[in-house]
Structure formats: C-alpha cells, structure tokens
Design a protein. Structure first.
Lengths: 399, 333
C-alpha cells in the first residue's frame, strides 16, 4: 500500500494548496463560459459530436489497417512512416533519426510524455525545448504538466515571472503578463531558427491521404514543425481515422469542446516541403523541412481495443472538458492522474503496467459521471474505473 | 482474496456487508427500529426497501467524523482501517463501540418515516422486510468486488421475493440503482419491478394538494446516482414546483445532470475522508449562493455530506432536508 500512501499524500498536499483551487476555479468559470458560447454559436457541433463518436468507435477497431493505409499514403507523399509496437521501438526509431548533440524544439504531445521522450533525448546528449508556453514553463520548473491543454494551470504568475527573469536576465514584474509572454517569445525565437529537429504529436490523422492535423493557438507548432530541416511526429494509433472528411469533423468537435469557436491555427501536414518552381524539377526542403517522419505508436492500444468497456478511453479528443468538470480535479489538478489525468488517466496508467498507480487513480474517481455528461464522445469514465477496479481487485492483468 | 489493491476502507465496509448484511456491520434489529409504530406488514406485493444509508446515517456520520480526525493526523486511515478489519476478525468491534458512544440520535429515521406516511396518504401501504431486508450489496460492486457482489446476488433476490413481492419502492438512490440495474445481471428471475420513491410521488402530483406550512426559499441538490445513474431529473422538480409556499431556486451550471457531486460517491469518503469534506464544502458553497435557506436533497449520503459541509463552513442557519420530509410536511402528515 505504500505507493497508494505516497499518492494520497500528493493528492492531499495539492488539496491543501489554495493556489490550485483558485487557479482552477477561474479556469473552470472561463471554460464553461467559452464552451457555452461556442456551442450556442455553432449548435450543429452537438450532432457532429455523435457522428464523430461513430467514426472513432469504428476506427479504434481497425487501427492496424488504418496505420498501414496511412503509412502507404505518407510514403507516397515522400515522407517516411513507421509503426512502433511499443515505447522501446518508438524510442529506437527516434534515436536513429536524431542521434546526439542536436537542438530539438517540441510541440505539446501527451504521447511524447507517455514514452518519456524528453528524458531519453536528453540522456542521448541532445538539447530539448518545449515550445508550448505552458509546457515550457513546466519543463523549466522541472514539474509535470497539470492539465491536458493548460499544463501550467497551477503555476502562479509570480513564479512564472521569477523563472523568466532568471532565464532572460531581465527583471519582470509578475503583473505584466504581456511582457512575460513577449520574453518567452524572445527566448524561444532563436531555438526555432537554429533547431536541427522539430518534434510534434498530432490531434488526428486522415489515413487515406496521410495527413496529420495539428491544432494550436500560439503558433509554436507551426514554427517547430516548419523551420527545422527535420519534422518527426509521434502519434498514437488511436488518432487514425479513415478519411479527410472524418478528420475535419473530428477537429471541429475537438476545438469547440476545448473552449474555442475556432483556434488560431490548424495545420495539415502530409509530407516534406517541396517545390517544382525551377524547370519543374521537384526538390525537397524548400522553406520547410526536407524530411517528414511519422511514427505510429501502439504501446498497448490494439490490445486495449479488445476490451469493450476500456477501449472507450481511446475515443478521447483531448479537449480537457472532463477535467474542468471533475469535482476532484478542481481541487487537485493533475496530481489526480499520471501521464494522463483523472478517471481516464487510470486506464492509461494501467496500460503502462503500473497496477498500483492505476488502482490509486481508479479509486480516487468519485464515479459521479459529470465527465461523461461533458464529454463530446460520452466516454463512460465511471464504468471504466469500475471495470478497472474489478480487474485490479481480482488481481487480473489488463491485457 | 487478493484485495491488496482495494483500499482498506472499502474492504472494511465490504466485510460488514458480507458478514453482517449491512454496511455498518451493526445488528439488523437495531436497523429496523425506524419503522417502530408504523405497523408495516412483513410481506406484500409491494415492498418498501429502506436500505442502509438512512437507517444507519447517524452511526455513519460518527464513523466519518472519526475517520476525518484520523485522516488529518499522522496515523493514516489506511493503517487504521486495516487494524479495524483485523480486530473484527478477532471478534472485537472497536469502531462499533466508538460509534455507539458517540452517535447522536436517530435523525436518519425521519426521511424513511416521512416516506411511509406520504405513501400511506396516497393510498399505498407497502410491506417492509424489517431485519430480514437484505443489504443490496451495491458498495461491493463499486469497490471492484463484483465477484463477491455476484455471489450474494441470488440470495438477495430470493429474500426480496420470498414474501410475494412484485414491486419494490426504494428510497436510497444507490440501492435503487443496484436493485434495478446491477442485480439483474447476476440473478435468475425477473419478477421484480423496481421504482424509486420520487417516481411514485411524481406520478401522483397532479392529484395532490401540496402546501408547505411556511413560506421558504429552497434549492435542490441532485444526487449523482439519482440524476445520472437513474435518470430522475424532472421528477423531484415536478414535485417541488407544485408545492405552494415554496420558492424554488437552482444553482446555475450545476443543476440537474450537471449537479456537482457532494464528495460521497463510490466509497470515496472512506478512502479520502478529508478530501470528501472539501468537496462537500465546495458543493455547499454552490448551493448557498442561490440564497436558499433550505437545501433539499434525496439521498442519505448527500445529506450526510452536505450537513458536514455546512457545519464546517459554520452556516448554522441553513438546513438540509430530504425531499420525502418536505412532501410529508406539504401533505400535513
């Protein structure tokens, strides 16, 4: 039980930290306002979400086939595609592509956290910079992300000012948030320009054309995946959908429930940069990367698809709505979770093989079901937690 | 049984259910005390299912109060609950003794008595199995002990139907869900129709004259089980909005299917006693922001949590009432 006691201590420390509750209370109020506004302006989103759930539930059952189709499409676009059975295989592929002594810029990716990518890249002698502002803050503070879309939700502006002052050598007042963002922009600018490699995840992949979709507001993903000469995308196999049309539906639902009528940027990347403007000779690496690599990661997903209750966790669009509506998360933030958060996070923890962590998270779930009401995919997290509790209580294994 | 991953608080409750047929591990005769003087038959086609929550609510409140003190101290509740379980195996019920010494009164009886009086007024005289009423076993299922739940299931069903029951009017939301949706998965026999008390009352509302004795401003807290598991959103509201003298206000964003959990769900309160109190306080704040003087709810777990939250926030002028008590008062019974 000692892992549980450690976890409970972490949860209770978070619960006693009034900053977390305050930050989340504000975030929750803002989120609810924005989503209500977005759904009022675009009421068709609700029916669209039902269509997307259909698409997702079918796609999860044919991940391997979709990965094959996507790999062929990417290769025909002159990108390179790989299927990694587990984290070890994915990391081996990345190591071969990256080597050592490289400067790497990263877009936010939960999948990268899943395989502990940063730790490995650094162990191999590379320099890695998270470029999403929240991830950058959390990375520099050596903390872990506390929310799927707002990783630094728990960090007070005073701490951000202190961090950025230290990194920039300037004296930044905690009340001037604009100045802090400008400083972060300055700090990361030359990293984007000088980076050897840009790494990203993806929100969804259209298998038929081999296109990955990347949703963002900051613009860091565009820079990270366009300026360096090499772009590597590491993507869970559950992100694959059959067609371009499917992918468009999915992203529209995803960003609405994530707070936005529309995000600032959505990028569709299908291959390396190319031009034929000089005498129709196709040359790669014009203004964007010369190399585009996509690694599709299994890491237990195809096995999970066989459990009819637990497979729902893979319908997730990553909107983060469930976290804002969870009464426990409102008090503990991402401490209720592991690499992924709250009740759904328990399933992923179980998949990673850590039974004790999975149990701790699964028994923290109230099974109240508010998350399911909010979820555009109606993922039944209480049912998943109860199923997990059963599997763990009976000492069975997840896969 | 390999229960090392199940938190000790939950295995303690599970053990009570399996060995003593109620969540508290108390004697059954004490439990049926709430029905004294109501002259309910011990059999009938329609049976009232009282469940553990209301009957033992004062004892459960004492237990929770003790657990919260321990939770804040250096001794962990995990260790304590583990010891409690071990003691029981030796025949010592230290927790039970503590409970008996500290429990204050039988306020948990009121919602049950009110429900019976309301049913009587609308012409329904259900039977009640008294100390022979089985524990529904729901907490076993929610703890991950589905195997143990399924092992008891047929016996529960047999005992419920043994005196001729066809319909059960149940009042504890989680018991109702367990009897209606979980039990049928594991038993042979489908003779039982399970209804929640508020469904029965809501049907009768058009023909009832409901007038609360005073003019009051009330709000309503939906229990997770009632609203999201049983889907009973409009029934309590149709009842409340037809009672004269009641001004009914609801919290924005957190009513109906969006109701915020009080912190008493899925056995949470015995695993995280202190945190469940924080959640109770958070919910109380949402509810009192409506300006209501009475918080009405319809679940013994929520009642216990909301009362604890109000106490912690020192809001002595706001009270919690069960919907059955409100209806009883509005019917003058």
């Amino acid at each position: 039980m000692s892992e549980f006691n450690e976890y409970k201590k972490e949860i209770m420390d978070a619960a006693h930290n009034e900053r977390i509750s305050l930050a989340l209370t504000r975030a929750i109020a803002s989120y609810r306002g924005n989503v209500n506004n977005a759904l009022q302006k675009f009421p068709h989103t609700i029916k669209l979400a039902e269509d997307v759930r259909e698409i997702r539930s079918k796609s999860i059952l044919q991940m391997e086939k979709l990965a094959q189709i996507a790999c062929e499409a990417i290769e025909s676009n002159k990108g390179k595609a790989y299927i990694a059975k587990d984290a070890g295989e994915a990391l081996a592929i990345v190591q071969k592509l990256v080597g050592k002594n490289k400067l790497i810029v990263k877009g936010k990716s939960i999948t990268a956290h899943e395989i502990e990518l940063q730790e490995h890249l650094e162990a191999w002698g590379n320099q890695v910079y998270e470029t999403d502002l929240g991830e950058f803050i959390v990375q520099q503070l050596k903390q872990r992300p506390m929310h799927v879309l707002s990783p630094a939700i728990h960090v007070p502006k005073e701490d951000v000012a202190a961090l950025l002052s230290k990194l920039s050598g300037k004296d930044l007042p905690p009340t001037d948030i604009e100045k802090m963002v400008a400083t972060a922009r300055e700090l990361l600018r030359d990293k984007f320009i000088n980076a050897d490699i840009g790494i990203s995840g993806a929100n969804v992949v259209a298998a038929d054309v081999g296109t990955i979709f990347l949703i963002e507001n900051e613009g860091n993903i565009r820079l990270a995946t366009t300026l360096p000469p090499v772009h590597i995308a590491i993507i869970g196999m559950d992100k694959l959908v059959p067609t371009l049309g499917d992918a468009f539906k999915l992203v529209e639902v995803a960003w609405r429930y994530a707070n936005y009528t529309v995000p600032s940027y959505v990028s569709m990347t299908s291959g390396p940069s190319k031009t034929g403007d000089i005498e129709k000779v196709t040359t790669y690496g014009a203004h964007g990367p010369k190399e585009f690599h996509v690694i599709f990661l299994d890491n237990g997903r195809t096995k999970l698809a066989q459990n009819s209750i637990l497979c729902e966790v893979m319908y997730c669009l990553g909107c983060g709505g469930c976290l804002y509506e969870c009464p426990v998360f409102a008090v503990t933030a991402g401490h209720f979770g592991d690499k992924r958060f709250a009740g759904a996070g328990a399933v992923w923890a179980a998949l990673s093989g850590n039974k004790e962590k999975a149990a701790a998270i699964a028994y923290t779930c109230l099974t109240c079901g508010r998350c399911k009401v909010r979820c555009p995919m109606s993922i039944d997290t209480p049912a998943m937690c109860l199923e997990l509790r059963k599997i763990l209580a009976e000492d069975k294994s997840l896969l | 049984m390999p229960e090392s991953l199940v938190p000790p608080g939950l295995t303690y409750l599970a053990d009570n259910i399996i060995s003593k047929d109620n969540i508290l591990g108390a004697g059954k005769i004490k439990g049926a005390e709430w029905a004294k003087g109501l002259n309910l038959d011990r059999a009938g086609e329609t049976i009232f299912f009282a469940g553990c929550g209301y009957q033992y609510s004062n004892d459960l409140e004492s237990l929770m109060s003790l657990l919260r003190k321990i939770d804040k101290s250096a001794i962990s509740t995990e260790w304590t609950m583990g010891v409690a379980g071990f003691q029981k195996k030796l025949g010592i019920d230290a927790a039970g003794i503590y409970r008996k010494l500290t429990s204050r009164g039988n306020s948990g009886y009121e919602p049950l008595r009110a429900a019976i009086k309301v049913l009587d007024k609308i012409g329904i005289k259900p039977g009640y199995l008294a100390e022979e009423e089985p524990c529904c076993g729901g907490p076993l299922y929610f703890s991950g002990l589905q195997k143990q739940f399924s092992e008891r299931a047929q016996n529960v069903y047999n005992r419920l139907t043994s005196k001729g029951a066809r319909e059960i009017i149940s009042i504890v939301p989680s018991c109702t869900y367990t009897l209606r949706d979980l039990l049928p998965k594991y038993v042979n026999g489908d003779r039982l129709n399970i209804r929640h008390f508020c469904e029965v009352i809501a049907e009768m509302v058009p023909s009832l004259k409901l007038k609360y004795p005073d003019k009051v401003k009330v709000t309503y807290h939906d229990s997770c089980q009632l609203v999201r598991y049983l889907g009973l959103v409009k029934e309590p509201r149709s009842i409340l909005s037809s009672i004269e003298n009641i001004e009914f206000v609801e919290p924005k964003q957190t009513a109906g299917v969006w109701s915020t959990c009080c912190g008493g769900g899925g056995g949470f309160e015995v695993v995280f006693p202190e945190l469940s109190l924080t959640l109770a306080k958070n919910r109380v704040k949402e509810l009192v922001a409506t300006g209501a003087e009475i918080i009405i709810t319809h679940c013994p777990g929520c009642m216990m949590q909301l009362e604890a939250g109000l106490k912690e926030l020192k809001l002595d002028n706001i009270k919690v009432m069960d919907l059955s008590e409100v209806v009883a008062a509005a019917l003058g019974v």
